[in-house]
Ligand binder design. Structure first.
Ligand code: BGC
Length: 803
């Protein structure tokens, strides 16, 4: 069943009813100011850091869920309604929510009044702008009372929800004309304030939430709205808000438009005030003036559209598969941008108060983003490398505002260092910019410790090589990619975090997955070394990769698939010898992608993978699921069977299997797996899948779960980047390489031909892939050997791949 439809021409998902199984959200903003917005107008805004600089309040785990957000009420006679359905929740005569790229539009209609509310964060601007257009479609004049509002968060989102003994005393606002300024803590150490304003004279305001709501009421039916009034309340402590009231008359057929603007501004320390504790509002005035008219708003929407036109034109496909094209050309790339911006910090599942930018997460996100804006990817790589330690290990994450490593989230994940190699190699292949390798980059952000970025990669490789266990395989540390496979934790303390508890440090638990990574990324690092003249180093690392491959074949091959690990007692994990958890997905993906044992081992591993782990939504993480807790396995066995790492379809690593199929040249299997969880392909199962049909989720409950097929944790998942890599580089086969653009499709039989446009190092490659007897690659009509189009300075290059 569906709750809406894709409008590919407009690049929108159109939701046609408010009762979607879960809030279906969108992301606004690209640089500093970000907003999350649900299909009923819920969500919140922040500046750069969802924890430390939260602008509007969000109530987690609230009932009903997703209350608050954009607070619009239209009072028309006896009826009060909201253009986004919420908060008033009055049934509408018609409702649509159109989530587009960087904007969301709500269209509501009730009793002859039409409202269209367009919400966006314009480019280069620290404001959310909300354009409300009201049209009187009746034959009578309408006298309306209109409210627009937000509830402020007291900046630090954790403190805001916990430290009430202080918080209920510190809230402060200022009012000037049609603008409410939020200035809690501005009198002391903060140099920033927020504001909410409308571009018309207001009839009244409230800034004290509770005065506006009245006793025993929520956002559905505030007292002020019921009485069609405002109380002029000035917040002093408690919960500051900005609730603006307009008196609007509309003649029949008339439309009036209002711009509501939610902004954030900073002042230099010596220019904070114009009088005792009065904000210097110059910046806000300038910002409001830049979005005071409809023309300015429309121009910003146009700029946003042009921005996405240009970004998405860098990779497009036209095939006989509408859903494939939709995912590749629009939604998958859009989600890659969102995961690049957010890492795993702020979604409806990631609270924005816990995790900041993950080391491995952000490195992987880059793989799906680097072709879009390579310059931003460059800076991100340097930021990430700066939290690495001198021995090659690293913090697991950092806060975006401070860019400092965050020890609270834990460290000691032994796969982390290699992801830096993965993303840097991808960046250089994409751009040809070898200068990044020379960039002075500190360890642990300490001034004076800077070494060229290349040295960071070298330490990453060195860390893996120098941390091996009894079988010559890499030690797993706290965990590898699978955060929940904790072979050294042995936790018995209820509630203790598996990510930070003290490690037993067996010095024995090993990861076959990291071994696979090392073989793959070790070779990539060696290729990189060779390109910059480090021949000996390239040879040494290649030799290490060969040794590692031998260790995997000797100790990591179980007979029909790759083992997952060895535990702290040197017992295999992910082996037929185990009762449960006999086979895991991760090493099948990475060892096959790395070419360990060649296509022969690869095919056998993949047959076992599909046979034992396959379900209708993809490949489950492990089988059989663990039915009880094992301290020597850790968090993975803490989840009920079929959920999360204990045997759900963990979407993030399904594309590894798709790529593994491409490695062994099985295009039918690769595409079949791709379609099993690509959102557009399962849109018609929305009542089962439940999360948004236009973005990937982290996990889909497996066969052993009670709610098989139900997805959770949408948006912020490495699935976005890896799915894009799988479809663009594996199935469509367009791979940037050091020496040119590789065109090596691995299509299913059902796709007879396709056209691809790829912008690569300044050249637009127009690629046609078709079936034919005379196989090979033709560049501008002439055959070229192999499958790589050599680099060219030409602005356009015509390529034909006959497969
Ligand atoms: C984390 C990833 C991790 C994955 C598997 C995600 O929640 O963000 O870093 O690799 O879970 O455990």
């Amino acid at each position: 069943m569906q709750y809406g439809y894709f409008d590919d021409k407009a690049r929108e998902y159109v939701i046609t009813r408010p009762d979607t199984p879960l809030p279906w959200i969108n992301y606004l903003g690209n640089e500093g100011f970000f907003s999350l917005i649900s299909h009923t107008g819920g969500g919140y805004s922040f500046y750069k850091d969802a924890k430390l600089r939260r602008i509007t309040r969000f109530r987690y785990n609230n009932v009903p869920a997703d209350e608050g957000g954009r607070l619009f009420y239209l009072c028309d006679g006896d009826t009060v309604w909201s253009p986004a359905f919420r908060p008033a929740m009055t049934p509408l005569d018609s409702y649509r929510c159109r989530h587009g790229l960087g904007y969301t539009v709500f269209e509501g209609k009730k009793n002859g009044l039409r409202a269209s509310l367009t919400v966006t964060v314009p480019m280069h601007c620290d404001m959310e702008v909300q354009k409300l257009a009201l049209t009187n479609e009746s034959s009578e004049e309408k006298t309306l009372t209109v409210y627009g509002g937000v509830e402020w968060c007291l900046w630090n989102a954790v403190d805001d929800q916990t430290n009430f003994q202080r918080n209920w005393n510190i809230g402060e606002v200022e009012i000037e004309g049609s603008t409410v300024y939020h200035k809690t803590e501005y009198r002391e150490r903060r140099d920033h304030y927020a504001f909410y304003s409308v571009n018309a004279p207001i009839a009244g305001f409230d800034t004290d939430r509770d005065a506006f709501l009245g006793q025993f009421r929520g956002w559905k039916e505030p007292l002020a709205v019921e009485q069609r009034t405002s109380f002029g309340s000035i917040a002093s402590g408690w919960a500051p808000a900005a609730l603006l009231r307009l008196a609007v008359k509309l003649a029949p057929g008339e439309t009036r438009t209002f711009l509501f603007r939610l902004g954030y501004a900073e002042n230099p320390e010596d220019r904070k005030f114009t009088a005792l504790n009065v904000i210097n509002k110059e910046k806000a005035h300038r910002m409001l003036a830049s979005f005071g008219t409809e023309e300015q708003f429309d121009a910003a929407m146009e700029e946003l559209r042009a921005y996405w036109d240009s970004l998405l034109s860098r990779f497009t496909v036209q095939s006989s598969e509408e859903k494939l094209d939709r995912m590749v050309n629009i939604w998958n790339q859009y989600q890659c941008m969102v995961t690049f911006n957010m890492s795993r910090s702020a979604s409806y599942y990631e609270s924005g108060t816990g995790r900041g930018m993950g080391f491995r997460d952000s490195c992987q996100d880059l793989l799906g983003f680097v072709h879009l804006i390579p310059e931003r990817a460059r800076q991100r790589i340097l930021d990430i490398a700066s939290i690495q330690f001198a021995d090659g290990s690293t913090y697991h994450q950092y806060q975006p505002l401070t860019r400092r490593g965050n020890a609270d989230i834990g460290s000691g994940f032994n796969d982390d260092p290699l992801w830096l190699v993965a993303c840097t190699c991808a960046y250089v292949r994409e751009t040809g910019d070898f200068t990044i390798l020379d960039e002075p980059t500190p360890f642990n952000n300490e001034a004076g410790t800077e070494v060229p970025l290349l040295e960071h990669l070298r330490r990453s490789i060195g860390f893996t090589v120098s941390h091996t266990g009894p079988h010559g395989l890499p030690l797993i540390g706290r965990a590898d990619w699978n955060d929940c496979l904790n072979l050294n934790c042995f936790s018995h303390e209820p509630g203790e975090s598996f990510q930070t508890c003290s490690n037993f440090e067996s010095g024995k638990a090993e990861s076959v997955f990291i071994a696979g990574m090392f073989v793959k990324y070790g070779k990539e690092y060696a290729d990189l070394c060779e390109r910059i003249g480090l021949r000996n180093e390239a040879d040494t690392v290649r030799e290490r990769a060969v040794n590692m491959e031998a260790a995997v074949l000797a100790h990591g091959w179980d007979g029909e698939w790759f083992r997952r690990a060895y535990d702290a007692f040197e017992r295999p994990v992910g082996s037929n010898l185990n009762e449960e958890g006999k086979i895991f997905i991760e090493p099948q993906g990475f060892c096959v992608m790395a070419g360990i044992g060649g296509a022969e081992y690869g095919r056998r591993a993949l047959v076992s993978t599909e046979k034992l782990l396959g379900n209708g939504f993809g490949i489950e993480l492990l089988w059989p699921c663990y039915t009880e807790y094992h301290d020597y396995l850790g968090e993975i066995s803490s989840y009920p069977p079929g959920y999360k790492e204990n045997g759900s379809v963990f979407c993030h690593n399904n594309p590894w299997i798709t790529l593994a199929y491409c490695t062994v040249k099985d295009g039918n299997a690769a595409f079949d797996l791709y379609t099993r969880n690509a959102p557009a392909y399962i849109e018609d199962k929305s009542e089962i899948h439940r999360t948004e049909p236009y973005c990937y989720s982290q996990t889909i409950a497996g066969r052993s779960a009670r709610t098989y097929g139900e997805a959770k944790n949408s948006w912020l998942t490495g699935t976005a980047a890896w799915s894009f890599v799988a479809v663009s580089q594996g199935i469509l086969g367009i791979r940037p390489s050091f020496d040119g653009l590789t065109v090596d499709p691995c299509l299913p039989d059902s796709i007879r031909e396709c056209r691809i446009t790829r912008l690569f190092r300044g050249t637009r490659y127009e690629i046609t892939v078709r079936r034919g007897a005379e196989k090979g690659l033709f560049v501008n009509g002439a055959p070229v050997p192999g499958c790589t189009v050599p680099l060219t300075d030409a602005p356009v290059c015509m390529v034909q791949a006959v497969i």
